[in-house]
Design a protein around this ligand. Structure first.
Ligand SMILES: [Zn+2]
Length: 309
């Protein structure tokens, strides 16, 4: 069965994550010595890519060529090739390489294998880069052979990669108009559906109801789950929902978070996009897919991609 949102750009991947090998130091060391092994180097959320006409591919290096940095096992493909990630200085290889690219830039352009590898590698690199010390006593922690766990050498506490759940929801009124808002921090005419982090001790559905009320004063019912996509910028898992807003409610925008929020019919939304009065999130985002699922098909216009350095 096709999920309601179709295939999400960053929720792809074809390699086996090899969870059973993660504590097997001998196997991991042997895989790192195998010349067939491919290493994806990530730095500040970016990796080196190669662009050929319409195709964009990741550029891997051999373990020998890999820079110093934290190493982590990503998995193994159907041909038996093992993939590692390294958080370190990006390789500079002569050839047809394009500038280093982020998930936002190439998430929809990569094939399934590469989209999954880059998403996984960026997520783990972000965790390693920001969780270097034991939270209990401040001692530098030591990664295990596969880089999926760190241990404090003083108190033995174990630390696992973090993912922050966030909810993102399309709210519709009884006329099936969609609530779109402009975040106060966004420039220009960008609008999107509402989103926010799940708080400790809260369910995702409770977070949907709370966030919509906080940001717009609207009470929602009938919260239902649509699908999810990792968004490791730096470490979110976006959980997509629909919710209904019963009639007779006025929008009261929380102006610390939002600049404005309005109801849009399908016709109003299309007209506003075509008149360039507003722009939607890019196709790599789950927000865009949720809006298009409500609309009933693809919509024109995207946010301009961020400039390449
Ligand atoms: Zn410790």
């Amino acid at each position: 069965m096709t999920p309601p949102l179709g295939e999400l750009a960053l929720a792809r991947g074809t390699v086996d994550r090899l969870t059973e090998r993660r504590t097997d130091k001998e196997w991991v060391d042997a895989a790192w010595k195998d010349p067939r092994t491919r290493v994806l180097v990530v730095s500040n959320g970016r990796a080196v890519v190669r662009e050929d006409d319409e195709r964009v591919e990741l550029v891997f290096v051999s373990p020998e060529e890999a820079p110093a940095g934290t190493r982590f096992l990503l998995g193994q493909d159907a041909d038996g090739v093992v993939y590692f990630g390294v958080s370190g200085e990006l390789p500079t290889c002569a050839g047809r390489e394009a500038p280093p690219a982020s998930l936002r830039e190439v998430g929809t352009l990569l094939g399934d294998r590469d989209a999954g590898l880059l998403t996984h590698a960026v997520a783990l690199a972000n965790w390693h880069d920001t969780h270097t010390h034991c939270p209990l006593d401040g001692t530098p922690t030591v990664p295990n052979p596969s880089g999926h766990l760190t241990t404090c050498p003083v108190d033995g506490s174990e630390h696992f990669p973090r993912t922050d759940p966030a909810v993102i929801m399309l709210v519709a009124d009884p006329e099936d108009r969609c609530l779109l808002a402009r975040n106060a921090a966004w420039p220009g005419r960008r609008v999107s559906i509402l989103a926010g982090f799940v708080e400790p001790g809260e369910s995702a559905e409770q977070a949907v109801i709370r966030e919509v009320a906080e940001e717009t004063g609207i009470t929602v019912t009938n919260v239902r789950y649509l699908g999810s996509q990792p968004w490791p910028m730096p470490r979110s898992l976006m959980l997509g929902f629909r919710a209904d807003a019963p009639a007779g409610q006025a929008i009261a925008v929380d102006d610390e978070e939002l600049a404005e929020a309005h109801w849009f019919s399908r016709e109003d939304l299309l007209a506003a996009i075509e008149a360039r009065e507003l722009a939607l999130p890019p196709p790599v985002s789950i927000a865009r897919r949720i809006i298009e699922a409500w609309f009933g098909g693809p919509l024109p216009s995207t946010w301009p991609p961020p400039p390449r350095p």
